[in-house]
Write a protein that binds this ligand. Structure first.
Ligand SMILES: Cc1cc2nc3c(=O)[nH]c(=O)nc-3n(C[C@H](O)[C@H](O)[C@H](O)COP(=O)(O)OP(=O)(O)OC[C@H]3O[C@@H](n4cnc5c(N)ncnc54)[C@H](O)[C@@H]3O)c2cc1C
Ligand SMILES: NC(=O)c1ccc[n+]([C@@H]2O[C@H](COP(=O)([O-])OP(=O)(O)OC[C@H]3O[C@@H](n4cnc5c(N)ncnc54)[C@H](O)[C@@H]3O)[C@@H](O)[C@H]2O)c1
Ligand SMILES: O=C1O[C@H]([C@@H](O)CO)C(O)=C1O
Length: 486
């Protein structure tokens, strides 16, 4: 019997304390990281008849959360020879927010390109290129999405037919863009969705030739892509069904001011209408957008940003949340199956601060959930995830734009609002509950010190004097009033 096999047959599974499954086939001690010893483990696993290769920790999905999870494994000295990332994409994890920001700068304005924005640069960390993963002994399987899971035997099957036996599994498959169906032109050439770097490359090649651009959807993608396309001096129209841009977050007055700014940059709005059909021209490429109200808008490039849905397949059996979608986890990112975790956009987790289940489709949560989950897996900590929601956006950042916009929001946008400030300079919006507690706060164009007040306010929820806040003559004064009782 080889030493590797002997270790397996005599040791219980878990040196890594928390919530791993007991298993007879994995060694309890950290396997040495040399290629030779690793090979011996693989050979030993083949004897199980179930899988041709086994891994102690497997992350499915090579996106934002996976990159931060890998960093946390490395920080705990638990990556080398033990961690495998199975990715659908062709490149190492990167900071996805860049795709609708720096990536879409006009080509003469130094657009961001990989390897410039691999994780974890967005949070001030190391730039983890594909070499970084190799240097840290982390195996990354590129362009080989997981197609099936056998929960009983702890085996993943990838689309190329690889079988991977896992000890612990972290699902970080994120979201996919919602698409228009094929029968209304959703797949025509020139119609773009933007989720990954391949999508962004395809959009850039369309923008290079574009004249008339239609952006469908008034959410994050719509706002960011329309602002980016304005930098290319194109004819741009945003179309969405609601009465204002970013209706899920912006107050009507905030939305009006943003819309005015977009209009100043030459961007047109068609609001309150649905799309009937996207039609191709003689060359087969999209040529017109037909609206439900009968209007016809010409377009050679269409960018669709109509929401995202969590990628739960093929993990449905792990347990879904029917209200917010996604894979249900507890406050330590554990699914209903011992040894299986979910993080990032796909995880439906208890949002402790507001005592409700939530999914958060923003990068701050992807980063923090990854770190929290891996710490749970590798140490004995049992501290529940206590997340304060944080969203941000940046638009018109390219050199030469008339005004760079950067806003942040912390907390919950519930209750009624008090808005302070002249939008041309800066603006702050406070969401207050019936007891005048600050529940959420939005700040545009604040200083770093002012932005740093936002999480403090949203977390501690001070009671404010409404009349005083309402009469504040500047954002500075309003922030001072709100934070006076911190
Ligand atoms: C264009 C764009 C801009 C954004 N900008 C911002 C922003 O400015 N601020 C902000 O807070 N948030 C932003 N977000 C949201 C943020 O990027 C996400 O919240 C974050 O990426 C979520 O991380 P994740 O790892 O959960 O998912 P993702 O980063 O999407 O990673 C999931 C990965 O899993 C892969 N995958 C899916 N299925 C499988 C499978 N079966 N097998 C293997 N791999 C699989 C996917 O290909 C992908 O690589 C933006 C999102 C997009 C799309
Ligand atoms: N700054 C950020 O945080 C940021 C930036 C870009 C993308 N993202 C993420 O990317 C994902 C996708 O963003 P998104 O902007 O597509 O989603 P979103 O939910 O922000 O906005 C969707 C918008 O699509 C429109 N819409 C919905 N159904 C429609 C239909 N049938 N026809 C026409 N319009 C329709 C609505 O205007 C709605 O506001 C989300 O997870 C989002 O959080 C985040
Ligand atoms: O969080 C982010 O990361 C990227 C970029 O900063 C990485 O360089 C980006 O545009 C963000 O908004």
């Amino acid at each position: 019997m080889s030493s590797a096999l002997r270790r397996m047959s005599t040791s219980p599974f878990s040196s890594c304390a928390f919530q791993q499954r007991t298993s007879s086939w994995w060694p309890s001690r950290r396997p040495p990281s040399t290629p030779t010893s690793r090979r011996s483990l693989v050979v030993a696993a083949a004897a199980s008849n179930f899988a041709n290769e086994n891994r102690e920790y497997v992350i499915v999905g090579g996106g934002n959360a996976a990159g931060y999870a890998a960093r946390t494994f490395v920080e705990h000295g638990m990556a080398d020879g033990r961690l495998c990332i199975v990715s659908k994409e062709a490149v190492a994890p990167y900071e996805r927010p860049a795709l609708t920001k720096g990536y879409l700068f006009p080509l003469d304005k130094k657009p961001a390109r990989l390897p410039g924005f691999h994780t974890c640069v967005g949070a001030g960390g190391e730039r983890q290129t594909s070499e970084w993963y190799k240097e840290h002994g982390i195996e990354v399987l590129y362009e080989d999405p997981v197609a099936a899971i056998d929960i009983q035997n702890q085996i993943l099957t990838t689309s190329s037919g690889n079988h991977l036996k896992y000890g612990s599994l972290i699902i970080s498959t994120g979201c996919a863009a919602v698409r228009f169906p094929e029968n209304i032109g959703g797949n025509l050439p020139g119609v773009h969705y933007i989720r990954d770097v391949a999508d962004a490359d395809s959009l850039v090649s369309s923008l290079e030739k574009a004249k008339k651009v239609v952006v469908i959807g008034g959410g994050y993608i719509g706002m960011e892509v329309a602002a980016a396309a304005a930098g290319w001096n194109l004819d741009i129209t945003i179309i969405f069904p609601e009465d204002r841009i970013m209706p899920r977050l912006f107050t009507p007055s905030l939305a009006r001011r943003y819309e005015e700014l977009y209009q100043k940059n030459g961007i047109k709005f068609i609001k309150g209408v649905l799309i009937d059909k996207l039609e191709g021209g003689t060359d087969g490429r999209v040529a017109t957008v037909l609206l439900r109200n009968g209007s016809i808008i010409e377009a050679d490039t269409v960018i669709v940003g109509i929401g995202a849905k969590p990628v739960v397949s093929p993990f449905e059996a792990v347990g879904l949340n029917n209200n917010v979608g996604g894979i249900q986890v507890d406050s330590l990112f554990r699914t209903s199956i011992p040894g299986i975790f979910a993080i990032g956009d796909v995880a439906a987790f208890p949002l402790k601060i507001y005592d409700r289940m939530a999914r958060v489709e923003h990068v701050d949560h992807a980063r923090k959930s990854a770190q929290h989950c891996v710490r749970t897996l590798l140490t004995a900590h049992t501290q529940p995830y206590d997340y304060l929601p944080f969203f941000y956006s940046r638009v018109f950042e390219y050199e030469g734009s008339s005004r760079k916009i950067w806003w942040q929001f912390y907390g919950d946008n519930v209750g009624d609002t008090i808005e302070v400030g002249d939008f041309d300079l800066k603006v702050a919006t406070f969401w207050l509950d019936s007891e005048s507690r600050v529940k959420g706060i939005f700040l545009e164009s604040g200083s770093p010190e002012e932005f740093s007040l936002l999480p403090k306010l949203a977390k501690s929820q001070p009671v404010v004097d409404r009349a005083k806040l309402q009469s504040a003559s500047s954002v500075e004064e309003a922030l001072e009033i709100a934070s006076s009782s911190l």
